[in-house]
Design a binder for this molecule. Structure first.
Ligand SMILES: [Cu+2]
Length: 161
């Protein structure tokens, strides 16, 4: 029984190899490249099997909201990419046990969006809102005590509805 199975395997192998070798030889000299796929038995796997990558529909930019609240903890701002409607405010809540000092960018000079500078120094548990942000633009803000730390830096885009 075992001998019979071995015989079948040998017979199959012997008949399969020459055609594969022939196709490989033809491919090697560059005459026919598409014949490789016909060799079968997976001996020559297509190198570029088409795969369909997971594709999600683009969701578009975030819709601006009527103001936003950001809490500050020892690990930074709870939100660092905000989109609000013109005329609305950012409210900062100090949820830390340390004070934080909320200022507009740029670092050190704080001149970009003075509306944010009114938030300023917040003791633990304290909160304060910015002035209304009326101009369509993007403002950077940061904790002045953590300048250069990305976790304490954010941007708010004031966008038309
Ligand atoms: Cu600063």
């Amino acid at each position: 029984m075992a001998a019979l199975q071995d015989g079948r395997i040998l017979q199959f192998t012997a008949s399969a190899l020459p055609s594969c070798n022939f196709v490989a030889a033809v491919w090697a000299i560059g005459l026919v490249t598409t014949m490789i796929a016909g060799c079968g038995s997976g001996a020559v796997a297509p190198s570029s099997a088409p795969t369909t990558p997971a594709f999600s529909m683009p969701t578009g930019p975030p819709q601006p909201s009527n103001g936003a609240t950001i809490s500050v903890t020892s690990t930074g701002f709870s939100a660092r990419d905000l989109h609000i409607l013109p005329g609305s405010r950012l409210t900062f809540v100090n949820s830390d046990i340390q004070p934080h000092d909320i200022m507009s960018d740029p670092f050190h000079v704080h001149t970009d969006c003075p509306e944010i500078n009114v938030v300023g120094f917040l003791t633990p548990g304290q909160s304060r809102a910015s002035d209304p942000l009326n101009t369509i633009r993007t403002c950077g803000f940061h904790d002045h005590d953590h300048e250069g730390d990305e976790r304490f830096h954010g941007t708010v885009s004031v966008e038309a509805p």
